[in-house]
Design a binder for this molecule. Structure first.
Ligand SMILES: [Zn+2]
Ligand SMILES: [Zn+2]
Length: 183
């Protein structure tokens, strides 16, 4: 199965936002307005910006909430998604702008960036939940990594956040087998 393309992009950008802090170390990639500008450009967020510390702080505050949704069971996820939609008075509207064909905005493009990120993610999660695909959202299986991921593979086989963790765990398993054979 496939989610709509815009849903997939939103889920991937939300995971990237969550993973901008933590993971294997405690560095925060969103440590300046310039870093936020880069993130916004990379993921092609449109709409109004204020380019100030308040905007950055609001986006950073959104991360633990999204992480909480990502790592919840389905019932809890539903409650948290509904809460985000209520909080921002989401009103779904079909829109078309820039190079994007028809998709849904549930708040105005004049709303703060963090609000748009929150509602956009909530709307994408509505798709995931309705399709019964919440198992596709989970944390990396590597024991020393808490990054989150979106498993878009055909058979829901993705276990690691990225090639780095996948290769590292494969190498560890290989060394463990070697050690077992030589013991
Ligand atoms: Zn849009
Ligand atoms: Zn990982």
């Amino acid at each position: 199965m496939h989610f709509a393309h815009d849903t997939e992009v939103v889920l991937l950008s939300a995971a990237a936002l969550v993973n901008s802090v933590g993971g294997g170390d405690d560095t925060d990639e969103l440590d300046s307005v310039a870093a936020l500008d880069d993130f916004v450009a990379e993921w092609e967020f449109t709409g109004s910006r204020t380019h100030d510390e308040a905007e950055l702080a609001a986006v950073r505050r959104l991360r633990p909430r999204l992480r909480g949704i990502w790592t919840s069971d389905e019932e809890t996820m539903v409650g948290l998604v509904n809460e985000l939609l209520r909080e921002h008075q989401a009103l779904p509207q079909l829109v078309r702008h820039d190079s994007f064909s028809w998709h849904i905005h549930a708040v105005s493009s004049e709303e703060p960036l963090a609000t748009r990120m929150a509602v956009e993610t909530a709307m994408a999660l509505v798709d995931v939940i309705r399709l019964g695909e919440t198992e596709r959202l989970h944390s990396c299986d590597a024991p020393d990594c808490d990054d989150v991921l979106v498993d878009l593979s055909r058979n829901r086989s993705r276990r690691y956040c990225g090639a780095g963790c996948g290769n590292r765990m494969a190498a560890q398993a290989y060394r463990a087998r070697q050690a077992g054979e030589s013991a």
